[in-house]
Design a protein around this ligand. Structure first.
Ligand code: T5A
Length: 200
């Protein structure tokens, strides 16, 4: 059986984690591997601490390499072995985040390394960036280093995602992040059903 690599992308508070959790439950009979970025390995979790919470002044290109180092470790330890074993992998952010945040918003030259597997399908949660930032405030979440960036920065991230999705319409599925959790989840299920069937 072939592996299936599913990723979720979007701006802050667009609902990725919520959808990853709902999808993980729906797929539970397949025992999916669910990961988040940055994170998912000891190195990745340390990178998360350094990049998001340490209060350091980090050069934009250095920031990109930190995210990518955490990702490469996650691929080596978790994602590649799981896909090779025919498992379903669901990732809460992946390399498109680097292309959108560091590439699009920070202006760092960012490429897709040939050693990073391409997802089979990427769900992009789209909506006004203000909505997601407001959701965090409503939930009482303290802003991390990236969330403290300006509205203009987050709009650039959204524009970069829009370009990425337009460039790869076969991989990206655009989702209206302003819809209800359940409605978005049902759309995700509809789009995944044929892919899951195809690997039986
Ligand atoms: N980053 C990451 C980079 O710059 N480069 C990279 O390469 C990578 C991998 C990660 C940060 O790092 C940056 C991007 C990020 O700034 P994080 O803490 O993992 O930081 O943050 P995010 O991935 O952005 O996740 P968030 O927690 O901010 O948002 P989510 O996961 O999009 O949203 P979620 O599901 O937690 O929902 C937010 C709130 O909205 C509610 C939820 O209950 C929650 O309260 N909600 C809804 N409300 C109404 N309607 C819906 N449909 C809702 N769905 C969820």
């Amino acid at each position: 059986m072939s592996g299936l690599f599913i990723t979720f992308e979007g701006t802050e508070g667009s609902g990725k984690t919520t959808q990853v959790e709902m999808l993980g439950e729906w797929l539970s009979s397949y025992d999916p591997v669910v990961v988040r970025e940055p994170g998912g390995t000891e190195l990745g979790e340390r990178v998360r601490e350094v990049v998001l919470y340490a209060g350091l002044d980090i050069d934009a290109e250095a920031e990109m390499y930190l995210f990518m180092a955490g990702r490469r470790q996650l691929i080596a330890e978790v994602i590649a072995p799981a896909l090779a074993a025919g498992q379903i992998v669901v990732a809460d952010r992946y390399h498109d985040s680097t292309l959108a945040y560091q590439g699009g918003a920070r202006g760092v030259p960012a490429i897709w390394p040939s050693t990073f597997p391409r997802p089979n399908i990427t769900f992009l949660l789209e909506g006004p960036v203000e909505n997601g930032l407001e959701r965090h405030v409503a939930a009482g979440k303290a802003p991390d280093r990236m969330e403290q960036e300006s509205l203009d920065f987050h709009r650039k991230v959204a524009t970069a995602y829009d370009r990425l999705a337009a460039a790869e319409p076969d991989r990206f599925v655009r989702l209206d992040a302003t819809g209800s959790r359940e409605k978005i989840h049902l759309t995700v299920r509809d789009r995944l059903a044929p892919l899951i069937e195809a690997r039986q």
